[in-house]
Design a protein around this ligand. Structure first.
Ligand code: DQA
Length: 142
C-alpha cells in the first residue's frame, strides 16, 4: 500500500531550524525514518518536500487521482493556505495532518489550522514520531 508523505516549506532545511523546537534530524534523516517506519508497517512511503504552494497542490491532485492516502505536514501553510485546504478536501483516500512540534504550545498564529477540518485527524508534538503515529493511525483506517 502506497502512502504519500508531503512536507511543506522550510522542512527541507530542518537541520538549520531551531533544534530546541525541531530536534537534530536533517530532512534526509527524517525521510529515512519515515521510509523505514512505513516499511515496518507494510506501507511504501513516497516522501516529498516543497517550498511551493503550487507544487504541493499538484501533488495533492496526483494523490487524489490515484486514490493514495496522504500524511501531510503543511508547515506554515497550515495556518493560512485556503488553496491547500481546498486541495486536501478533494482527496479521495484518508489524509492525516502532522507536525513535528506542537503548534498549540507555540505562538498564537500557529494555533489556527485551516487544514484540520478536512483531515481525519492531526498529530503534533512528537518530533519524527508524529509521522510514525500517523502511519499507525492510517493502518487502522485502511
Ligand atoms: C510545523 C509547525 C508550523 O507552525 C511551522 O510553520 C513549520 C513546521 C511542525 O512540523 O511543527 O514549518 O508544521
Amino acid at each position: 500500500m502506497k502512502v504519500m508523505v508531503l512536507n511543506g516549506p522550510n522542512l527541507g532545511r530542518l537541520d538549520l531550524r531551531s533544534s530546541a523546537i525541531y530536534g537534530n534530524l536533517d530532512f534526509a534523516a527524517l525521510t529515512a525514518f519515515i521510509e523505514n517506519s512505513a516499511k515496518e508497517m507494510g506501507f511504501e512511503a513516497d516522501v516529498r518536500q516543497s517550498d511551493s504552494e503550487t507544487e504541493l497542490i499538484t501533488w495533492l491532485h496526483e494523490a487524489a487521482d490515484a486514490k493514495i492516502p496522504v500524511i501531510f505536514n503543511p508547515a506554515a501553510f497550515t495556518h493560512y493556505s485556503y488553496a491547500i485546504r481546498d486541495a486536501v478536501d478533494m482527496l479521495t483516500a484518508p489524509a492525516i495532518e502532522v507536525h513535528l512540534s506542537n503548534p498549540l504550545s507555540r505562538e498564537e498564529f500557529r494555533h489556527t489550522s485551516v487544514i484540520s477540518g478536512v483531515v481525519k485527524g492531526t498529530i503534533g508534538g512528537f518530533g519524527p514520531d508524529s509521522y510514525r503515529l500517523a502511519l499507525m493511525a492510517l493502518k487502522g483506517l485502511i
